[in-house]
Design a protein around this ligand. Structure first.
Ligand code: FDA
Length: 392
């Protein structure tokens, strides 16, 4: 005689930021909740996030900080679970934290503290977590039935919190997308976001500048970010490039203002009066190695009084709008997020339930809502997890 399958009110797939938050909220409402995680530990991405200090939220988070096919979709969840709600949770657990810049909140000590916070809350909400658990098949009759490596388990509400494809070495899978397809929930195009860009062949020698960092403004697709860029062996990274990468598409150029806050025409006119050469001018603003490499490629080797007016103009344009095309991105292995995912048009913005499949919910990064760099992605994970946790 075969054993009766186990039954839970709610099963959450994925013990990351969104899944754990959802499980906590559902557990607090008296639901019997099991979280299924195929890794041997919960929250592996939380552990490495923010350079090991988890940039757990951003106090300025609002719908304008997210990319999505429906820019207003995230509004409701973000309004009902704000950055201050998560900060209150952090304070309740006596975790010391600080603002680094631009509203970004980091742990003083370690990301581990955020994981412990979530595990403690799960325990007090009576949430069961199953590690090393693999789901082989999901079926739906009047309830969801999951065939796993540890047996059959059934539930009323199934929450998909399996994240995106970035950082496959931490256990990222396409399971969430496959489940969406199986249940007739549409997907938008997915691609890596918050990812380093790789040099086009003609710029590959700039890899010699690897390790150098320069403050710039980057523009692409009508969007502008001001922060540092970082040269790598294969291309450009650093906060400004990660931000702009989410807006960049194959074939587009990115324009970098290498003298943010200055009009290059004004600086050049003054430097001309001082009879400087371009290297002496930019050497006042940039690291020496970058100034030399950039001038060797973009500035005629003579003092500014010898420049024609066309040369002056070209140089000014290059300084305030250094335009680079890129061959591509470093892809999912180095992307912090996955852009696109479960189409928000098919989800309730209040509950995250999929309209084509009642009882099936999608939260966190698997959904087509992607934040900027700076704590916005965790805030979406908390807020969407909270929204579903109130409804399951
Ligand atoms: P997440 O990926 O966290 O969790 C998904 C879980 O599902 C994982 O535990 C995974 O193992 C599990 N899973 C997948 N497939 C499964 C299957 N088939 N069965 C069972 N389980 C399965 N954001 C931010 O706001 N601040 C920051 O500081 C950073 N820093 C950062 C650094 C790096 C290196 C990366 C890669 C990413 C960040 N991020 C970030 C982004 C942030 O980590 C990300 O947006 C959230 O973790 C998304 O939370 P989710 O819960 O949706 O997915």
């Amino acid at each position: 005689m075969s054993a009766e399958p186990e039954f839970r009110d709610v099963i959450v797939l994925g013990a990351g930021a969104a899944g754990l938050m959802c499980a906590i909220e559902a557990g607090k409402r008296g639901r019997r909740v099991t979280v299924i995680e195929h890794n041997d530990r919960v929250g592996k991405k939380i552990a490495i996030s923010g350079g090991g200090r988890c940039n757990f939220t951003n106090l300025n988070a609002g719908p304008e900080n997210y990319l999505s096919g429906q820019p207003d979709f995230c509004k409701s969840a973000l309004a009902r679970y704000t950055p201050w709600d998560f900060v209150a949770l952090v304070e309740k657990h006596r975790i010391r934290y600080h603002e680094k810049k631009l509203g970004q909140q980091f742990c003083d000590t370690s990301s581990r503290e955020i994981i412990n916070l979530l595990l403690t809350e799960c325990e007090s909400a009576g949430v069961e977590i199953r590690l090393n658990c693999r789901v082989n098949e999901v079926r739906k009759t009047d309830r969801f039935s999951l065939a796993t490596n540890t047996g059959q388990i059934e539930c009323h509400s199934l929450v998909v919190a399996t994240g995106g494809l970035s950082f496959p070495k931490l256990g990222a899978t396409d399971f969430g997308y496959r489940l969406a397809r199986q249940f007739g929930v549409p997907l938008t195009e997915i691609r890596p976001g918050l990812v380093p860009l790789t040099f086009a062949p003609e710029d590959s020698r700039m890899g010699e500048l690897s390790g150098l960092s320069v403050p710039v403004t980057a523009r692409c697709d009508g969007v502008t970010f001001e922060e540092n860029l970082l040269f790598t062996h294969r291309g450009l990274s650093g906060p400004v490039v990660l931000q702009i990468s989410s807006f960049w598409r194959e074939g587009q150029t990115v324009a970098f203002d290498l003298l943010p806050g200055h009009r290059a025409t004004d600086l050049l006119a003054e430097a001309r009066r001082e009879a400087l050469d371009p290297l002496a001018l930019v050497g006042r603003y940039w690291p020496r190695r970058f100034a030399e490499a950039w001038c060797a490629k973009y500035a005629p080797a003579k003092t500014l009084p010898h420049f024609t007016s066309a040369e002056m103009k070209d140089l000014a344009v290059a300084l305030n709008g250094w335009s680079l095309r890129f061959s591509g991105t470093e892809g999912y292995p180095k992307a912090e997020v996955t852009l696109g995912g479960v189409d928000t048009a098919a989800l309730s913005s209040k509950t995250m339930e999929a309209r084509p499949a009642p009882g099936l919910f999608f939260i966190g990064e698997v959904v087509d809502v992607t934040g900027w760099l700076g704590g916005y992605n965790f805030q979406w994970a908390w807020a969407s997890g909270h929204a579903a946790g109130q409804a399951v």
